[in-house]
Design a protein around this ligand. Structure first.
Ligand SMILES: NC(=O)C1=CN([C@@H]2O[C@H](COP(=O)(O)OP(=O)(O)OC[C@H]3O[C@@H](n4cnc5c(N)ncnc54)[C@H](O)[C@@H]3O)[C@@H](O)[C@H]2O)[C@@H](O)CC1
Ligand SMILES: Nc1ncnc2c1ncn2[C@@H]1O[C@H](COP(=O)(O)OP(=O)(O)OP(=O)(O)O)[C@@H](O)[C@H]1O
Length: 406
């Protein structure tokens, strides 16, 4: 009886710890939003000062116009979420982003990139560990230990404060040995896996499901249940790799969840499309197919990776054509999904002013695609054909600065 009472007391103490922790996190989020708003105000004041100086100087005016982009066209579709449709007869918005060094690059600065810059949180001495993001990766099994590592370390290097990996017991020691910076939980195949993972959810800002998850039914079932619990907490959920295999089998796991982001490569996309539409994919029009998939999934954001990355929430399509290289090695998609986890958290905790009311998932996805491709480009410049994902991860710092902090 004494042991039982002790156990009950410890469960109550744990419960109240999580409640307090959650309240504290919410307060932090509010503080950060207010900080962002103050910064925006200062920037606006500076902008006004700059343009009043510029009006008196025509040369400066021209510069100011290229530096201060016009608002994006965010025309909304009249389609209802969750209703499959044909895109014919519907106005499609295609915003193109080109980073080649010609005049097109300047034009590209007018669209999503400034919004990505806006969501990057300032580094100040007022913050404590955890405020810039605690990201959870669900994946890592006997066969695949690299993928969850790549995703988790990328999240840290992009700027998350803490990166957790929830993997199988066999994968855990291996992943820990790659990096002391990751927090690794060997729980994904444990008998009480869902409870083990659920207790961490109040501390996580975003979940990335799939890198190195494998296709074992038990692991997929556990991942599915954690996705359900995370939806109830309203956190962004990025689904990649084998997580997309799960979605193709059971779309309802994420269908209609507005903070869900799918990041398929072409094969994964084909599987998802055919599962949703019960007909072969028409490979002649990727933009249309991606929009159709997004709408069928309830206007989730879909990132179709390839020669150009295609990002859509079913309302419009944005292309990321950041120059990469011809080198394709395993793990590049994991860099993307880990980075996207952090950026999605930042985008969803930024005010609507910061994202100019553009879908935060789309802003985050554009940031992650641009960053991955820029890392690929820089790594290829140094290592050529020998470029690996590890080389790309080493470029995250300078690629991030170049794209989002200059
Ligand atoms: N080091 C690691 O641990 C790595 C593990 N990975 C994991 O491996 C698991 C399986 O991932 P896969 O990507 O192999 O998935 P699949 O087993 O579905 O294989 C997809 C296949 O499609 C091919 N493909 C990709 N893009 C294509 C295109 N545009 N046209 C034609 N074929 C195309 C690929 O070569 C691959 O053979 C996932 O859990 C993933 O996370 C990968 O992330 C790679 C790195
Ligand atoms: N042909 C291409 N040209 C330039 N960049 C590309 C090309 N194909 C893919 N990429 C870029 O590589 C990154 C990863 O895409 P990829 O298709 O390799 O994902 P993946 O197959 O899911 O990766 P992983 O090996 O991690 O599972 C994306 O940022 C994408 O933009």
């Amino acid at each position: 009886i004494v042991t039982k009472r002790l156990l009950e007391q410890s469960a109550e103490a744990e419960q109240s710890f999580y409640q307090m922790e959650e309240q504290r996190l919410q307060a932090e989020d509010h503080r950060r939003e207010a900080e962002h708003a103050r910064e925006l105000h200062m920037l606006q004041v500076l902008g006004q000062m700059f343009s009043s100086i510029a009006t008196r100087n025509p040369v400066a005016t021209a510069t100011a116009n290229t530096a201060m982009p016009p608002a994006l066209n965010t025309t909304e579709s009249t389609m209802q979420p969750g209703v499959p449709m044909s895109t014919s007869g519907r106005m499609r918005h295609v915003l193109e982003r080109s980073f080649s060094l010609g005049t097109a690059a300047r034009r590209g600065m007018d669209d999503i990139l400034p919004l990505v810059k806006n969501i990057v949180p300032p580094l100040t001495s007022k913050k404590h560990k955890g405020q810039d993001g605690r990201i959870g990766i669900i994946g890592g099994c006997q066969e695949y230990t690299g993928a969850p590592y790549f995703a988790a370390i990328s999240a840290l290097k992009v700027g998350a404060d803490l990166s957790h990996v929830f993997c199988t017991k066999a994968a855990a020691t291996v992943i820990k040995s790659y990096s002391p910076e990751l927090i690794v939980h060997p729980v994904l195949d444990s008998p009480n896996a869902v409870e083990e993972m659920e207790k961490w959810l109040p501390r996580l800002h975003c979940l990335v499901v799939g890198p190195g998850l494998g296709r074992d039914d038990k692991l997929l079932k556990n991942a599915k249940e954690v996705i359900e619990k995370s939806k109830a907490r309203d956190i962004p959920i990025v689904i990649d790799a084998d997580g997309l295999w799960l979605v193709a089998q059971q779309p309802s796991v994420i269908q209609g969840y507005q903070k869900g982001i799918l990041t398929p490569n072409y094969m994964e996309f084909t599987r998802l499309y055919e599962a949703m539409h019960h007909e072969p994919l028409d490979s002649s029009d990727h933009q249309r197919s991606a929009m159709e998939l997004s709408v069928a999934m309830g206007n989730l954001t879909v990132v179709l990776k390839g020669e150009e990355d295609l990002i859509t929430d079913g309302n419009k399509v944005i292309l990321c054509r950041q120059e990469g290289s011809g080198r394709r090695c395993g793990g590049q998609g994991d860099l993307l999904s880990g980075s996207l986890g952090v950026l999605a958290h930042w985008a969803y905790t930024s005010s609507a002013d910061m994202t100019k009311s553009v879908n935060p998932s789309v802003v985050a996805a554009f940031g992650a695609c641009s960053l991955t491709r820029q890392c690929n480009r820089q790594a290829f410049h140094k290592h050529g054909r020998a470029t690996t994902t590890t080389d790309m991860i080493q470029e995250i710092s300078s690629a991030f600065k170049k794209l989002f902090e200059s």
